[in-house]
Design a protein around this ligand. Structure first.
Ligand code: AMP
Ligand code: MG
Length: 521
């Protein structure tokens, strides 16, 4: 492997002078040097050829001992000095103080084809930020992160990427549901790839500690390398930086709402400044359309991070970032303006996005009503979001409402409930919908092509990941490969994989790992 090493983060930003791997508070620094813990018997389960190629690693090189050793943390790349980042954050709405990379270690930054990437191992052992935990990750959560990041990428959702999934050969103790039943599980390490792993919480930490010189240097560092198009007076630049982060965050959340992704832990330490989805923990996919759903059992009381609340939470998180930047700007108004327009712009984009899923291009005065009518219908009886939207491609402009309702019939979990007022409501909505389709200038075929490009046929349903996990626990990794291949083309028909275009099976309704997840990964 010939990776072009180019460490800008560690070369330019303040380092923790202490290089011992002891848990501690680290002030006046953005990272601590720390090496991965050597795994006892690493074994490659899967690697992404596409991500490897992106960073300059060939398919042949993936199969080498060198690849296995580097991306399991067994060996360190020459001329590199791995490090864990120091950041803070708000967790579930409360200030949590210093957090940092407790189970993630950045191997290095590299340059390939004029792009910069940070390569990071997740589950590579203790760091100064591991707090009370072990710095390790279990196979179950590593499979979930590995597959989902790639699935999101192919869905067109901005995200970190997954390079490799490797068994460590070590056992890790976890209490899956925090109910006093710990058990040993297989340990694993994922190498993930992103422009950087800088989070809102990185800025919050510097502001909370009143390290204003470092804060200024850090913001300028970010602008220089990640937002070089930003120019002007310093204050103007900081505001532009905030606006850009707000914009990309808004676009990311819009995609989440489009595909039915629920992050589950939108703490400010899990928000990337690049507007990419990061930290796949107790995430989940909406199956029956329910804006109140969250897969995260830790959040089952307040449902702070429920599907329908994600845009508001993104704004709340941006508010925390604005607070952190405030000492450099000293003016609240322009920051507030950006925060206000976040929701206004989101709502207007959301409307266009849903109309796009419906195959409608032209807007109408009653769009808000039309969309909220649809969304309330979707909740009258359990309705699968993915199947509902995808099967709209079976409808023709010339159809009657009754036929249109039949066309999406597979989306209903309890078809016997679609009668009386529920049926009437649907027929009324489909009557409006068909009228809208008839006002469009597009043919059925044109409309369907548009819809098929925004309504995925295949997403990583919660039970699918769990099936791959159950098989992997028994040493069978074939389902990981199958799902990986399937999810590379989520908008294609792929008749050979038709079985994955199906509602959640009944056994998965309330199974741990399928609809209930904790942060214990
Ligand atoms: P998360 O909920 O995954 O975003 O993690 C929140 C904080 O806890 C971060 O600082 C993580 O690095 C840390 N953390 C989570 N799991 C572990 C673990 N197994 N070992 C050490 N630190 C962890
Ligand atoms: Mg995190």
């Amino acid at each position: 492997m010939h990776l072009k090493i180019n460490n800008r983060f560690t070369a330019e930003l303040p380092a923790d002078p202490d290089e011992t791997n002891e848990i501690r508070q680290v002030s006046k620094a953005l990272f601590s040097y720390v090496n991965p813990t050597k795994p006892s018997e690493p074994k490659l389960i899967h690697a992404s050829k596409e991500v490897a190629e992106l960073i300059g690693i060939s398919a042949d090189e993936i199969q080498t001992e060198e690849f296995l050793n580097i991306f399991s943390g067994k060996e360190i790349l020459p001329d590199t000095h791995p490090y864990a980042m120091c950041y803070a954050g708000h967790q579930f709405g409360n200030w949590a103080g210093q957090l940092g990379d407790g189970r993630a270690i950045n191997l290095t930054e590299i340059e390939h084809d004029k792009q910069f990437y940070t390569l990071q191992l997740k589950g590579a052992g203790k760091t100064p930020y591991s707090r009370t935990a072990d710095g390790l990750a279990v196979l179950r959560s590593s499979i979930r992160e590995y597959l989902c990041a790639e699935a999101m990428h192919y869905l067109g959702v901005p995200t970190t990427r997954s390079l490799s999934l490797i068994l460590s050969g070590d056992q890790v103790l976890r209490d899956i549901l925090y109910n006093g039943n710990p058990a040993y599980e297989k340990g694993a390490i994922v190498c993930r790839v992103a422009p950087s792993f800088i989070r809102f919480g990185s800025f919050e930490m510097l502001a909370a500690r009143n390290e204003l010189k470092n804060l200024k240097q850090f913001v300028e560092y970010n602008i220089k390398y990640y937002f070089p198009e930003i120019k002007g007076e310093p204050k103007e630049q900081y505001l532009q930086f905030f606006k850009t982060v707000a914009d990309t965050t808004r676009e990311m959340i819009l995609h989440w709402q489009r595909v039915g992704f629920v992050h589950g832990v939108m703490n400010t330490d899990n928000m990337s400044i690049h507007g990419i989805t990061i930290d796949y923990g107790p995430y989940g996919w909406l199956e029956n359309y329910d804006p109140n759903w969250t897969p995260n059992t830790t959040d089952s009381q307040n449902r702070r991070y429920r599907f329908g609340n994600q845009p508001q939470i993104a704004q709340w998180n941006l508010f925390q970032l604005a607070n952190a930047l405030y000492p450099l700007i000293n003016e609240a108004e322009p920051l507030e303006k950006i925060l206000e327009s976040f929701i206004i712009d989101f709502n207007s984009d959301y409307k266009k996005m849903i109309l796009g899923k419906l195959g409608i291009i032209s807007q109408a005065d009653n769009d808000d009503e039309f969309i909220s009518y649809l969304e309330s219908n979707l909740q009258l009886s359990e309705t699968d979001m993915t199947i509902f939207y995808r099967n709209l491609n079976k409808i023709k402009k010339s159809d009657l409402a009754e036929n249109a309702l039949k066309a999406i019939g597979d989306a209903f979990y309890k078809p016997e409930e679609i009668k009386d007022t529920i049926k009437e409501n649907w027929l009324l909505w489909f009557t409006d919908y068909l009228e809208r389709l008839n006002q469009e200038n597009t043919s059925d075929d044109e409309r369907i092509a548009l819809q098929n490009s925004v309504n995925p046929k295949y997403v990583l349903r919660n039970y699918m990941a769990q099936l791959a996990i159950d098989a992997a626990d028994k040493g069978d990794y074939s389902l990981i490969t199958e799902l990986y291949e399937l999810l590379k083309k989520p908008y294609n028909e792929q008749p050979e994989y038709e079985k994955w275009f199906a509602k959640r099976p009944d056994w998965a309704r309330s199974k741990v790992g399928c609809s209930m997840l904790s942060c214990s990964s």
